[in-house]
Design a binder for this molecule. Structure first.
Ligand SMILES: Nc1nc2c(ncn2[C@@H]2O[C@H](COP(=O)(O)OP(=O)(O)OP(=O)(O)O)[C@@H](O)[C@H]2O)c(=O)[nH]1
Ligand SMILES: [Mg+2]
Length: 315
């Protein structure tokens, strides 16, 4: 397939062409690979992960960030992980309505991916879309993660800057989060300050203490803490200042470049994982064999399928 016409249009900002390219990326791993390699390299795009406590206001905050960034002239994209299997329809509907507000803003493009990787994290398509957006000229590419735990940490590993959203008055909740995403933040947001200013100060003290104790922050970066009210649109520019400060930090220290390399490595692994699963599910098995021999034989046939079809597309 030749995607050059689509790519040319998408590079000029054509939303329809962009959407079609993203569909190719989602549907067809080989196409995804070709689309990515055909797009010009581009330096400087910034991948921002938003994670944290369920219901802390991640989606509302992200929606505000999009508006503020777009107003400043940045082109923003969101790779939204379709939470349909993990969350109630109500939450999803709320997100959809919020995101629709941005549908007509030429500086904002939102795309959801329905599939997830084997371990619950982002799928190959999801990670590939991030770099497609970046190469198409988007400056800020956001991912909002789903849920907690290891899958979340995996998702955040592909981000250059990680924003962890908490709420006022936390103590126990923060402890509960500690094993997961709580430790990986570059920026901590205390959202919903409008509800409990006193409690916000408590969370602030708690976070400052953890930073002083060396529990948070890594590789020379001291995490920033920002208080926001996403509903009242307060503190968003301060949050953007913190995100931009971190961006300059990673550009200056080489962490940006190593993040891109890590994402590329993750992409290769996720693609291999997808090819393996697709083949495993479609190859017929002879049941007469010893179990171990049967599995080995299956693996040989999986490999043979891709080796034999080099250049011809996987059937
Ligand atoms: N008072 C107040 N409510 C907020 C604020 N930000 C978000 N909310 C409300 O909190 C609820 C959850 O907000 P979401 O943005 O859906 O939170 P989320 O973290 O994306 O939720 P999940 O994706 O379900 O984990 C909604 O009812 C929001 O209106 C805020 O700053 N102040
Ligand atoms: Mg959400």
């Amino acid at each position: 397939m030749d995607y050059s016409r689509l790519i040319e249009k998408a590079l000029k900002g054509d939303r329809l062409a962009t959407g079609r390219l993203l569909s190719i990326v989602e549907r067809d791993p080989r196409g995804a690979s070709m689309v990515l390699e055909s797009l010009p390299e581009r330096e400087g795009y910034h991948v921002i992960g938003v994670t944290g406590i369920a219901g802390s206001g991640k989606s509302t905050l992200l929606s505000r960030l999009l508006t503020h960034y777009a107003d400043k002239g940045y082109r923003c994209a969101v790779v939204a992980i379709d939470p349909s299997s993990a969350y109630s329809r109500g939450a999803l509907l709320g997100d959809r309505i919020r995101m629709q507000m941005h549908a007509t803003n030429p500086n904002i493009f939102i795309r959801s991916v329905s599939t997830r990787g084997l371990k619950g994290g982002l799928s190959f398509a999801g990670v590939a879309m991030i770099d497609v957006f970046g190469r198409l000229g988007y400056d800020k590419v956001f991912i909002e993660s789903i849920g907690v735990g290891q899958a979340d940490v995996d998702i955040m590993r592909i981000a250059d800057t990680i924003v962890v959203v908490t709420v006022p008055g936390l103590g126990d909740d923060i402890q509960a989060l500690k094993a997961g995403v709580m430790e990986i933040g570059d920026i901590y947001v205390i959202n919903k300050v409008d509800k409990d200013r006193e409690g916000a100060n408590k969370t602030m003290e708690y976070l400052l203490f953890a930073i002083e104790a060396g529990e948070l922050g890594h590789r020379g970066w001291r995490p920033r803490i920002v208080k926001t009210s996403a509903v009242l649109d307060e503190g968003i520019d301060e949050l953007i200042d913190a995100i931009e400060e971190h961006y300059r930090f990673i550009l200056g220290t080489g962490r940006y470049g190593s993040g891109r390399e890590r994402r590329r490595e993750i992409l290769v692994r996720l693609l291999a994982e997808k090819m393996l699963i697709d083949a495993l599910e479609s190859i017929e098995i002879e049941t007469g064999k010893d179990l171990y021999e049967g599995a080995l034989e299956l693996l040989r046939r999986v490999t043979a399928r891709y080796v034999d079809t080099t250049g011809g597309g996987e059937a």
